[in-house]
Design a protein around this ligand. Sequence first.
Ligand code: TXA
Ligand code: MG
Length: 322
Amino acid sequence: MAIVTDDIEIAVKKLQNGEVVAFPTETVYGLGANAFSGRKVRKIFELKGRPLFNPLIVHIASADYLDEIATSVPAVAKKLADLYWPGPLTLLLPKSRNIPDLVTAGMPTVAVRVPAHPVAKSLLEKLDFPLAAPSANKFTGISPTCAAHVAAAFSDQKLTILDGGHCKKGIESTIIGFKNETPILYRLGAIPIEDIEAITGNVEIMNQNKGVKPAAPGMMKKHYAPRTPLVLIKNIDQLGKVKFGKNAGVILFTDNVNVPAGFQCEILSRHADPEEACANLYAALHRLDNAQLDFVFAELLPETGLGVTINDRLRRAASNIL
Ligand code: TXA
Ligand code: MG
């Protein structure tokens, strides 16, 4: 059984004892363990059912600890860190020997970020090691944006969950790597790529299809997926034409009077604000996935800013497109 607590000292003790603890960040909840210990980090992979080829993000309290994690920082990475940390930006940097190969899946780079959530910040400040943490869901499942999501995913396992309320951003960090001084996008995330490009100039997109193993398994085709079949729609009028039986849900970007009757409807943002839509997306997916529906339909957002990130997650979660 998972135990939920808001007592940070309990989380600190468990982590010091080598246990895995789920903790809140501003993006999604993470499943954390001492990033300096391969033995402790291995427990994360076991709990999550995650293949060992899929590396983890190392969370640090501030950029001052970067020296312990990475051997060098390109000037452009430093600029991005100065602007976005603490915040939902993960940087891929040459890994220091302090970081076990298990954390990086044998790769020469380590993913690192400074989370902005006050509970994550104070947890990291109380520990004398950084936290390696993937999102606190089972492998390929929907990411958790509140403690209850984590508790539901790990209901049959022994896990302590530090409750820090709802995640404000609600979608994972943007991951940027570097080829010399050229930034490369590894995962779309809570910072729109246009915002990064405004600072760095052109950002290359990591080719997802090269090789057997994905360059960033967050880019794996099937990911963030509900158990209920998710079908994407480009236009709400398509709903009127589908014969789906009675039990269907629909995720809409914003209010729409044209939704046919009978759909369990989730509206991501009444104000059509993509940022608000991000904050609500995973909770909407979790709710509909728990509603015993035959199908869930989802409307794609305009392909700009955070709409691009939301569409990326919806496409990976979807089994079909109408
Ligand atoms: O917002 C977030 O990033 C959340 C919170 C908890 O910080 N974490 C998160 O972790 O989303 P996870 O494990 O679900 O996704 C991390 C992604 C994976 O797709 C992994 O493959 C990629 O980061 N990654 C980690 N290290 C990498 C590396 N050295 N090179 C390329 N990709 C890497
Ligand atoms: Mg994840």
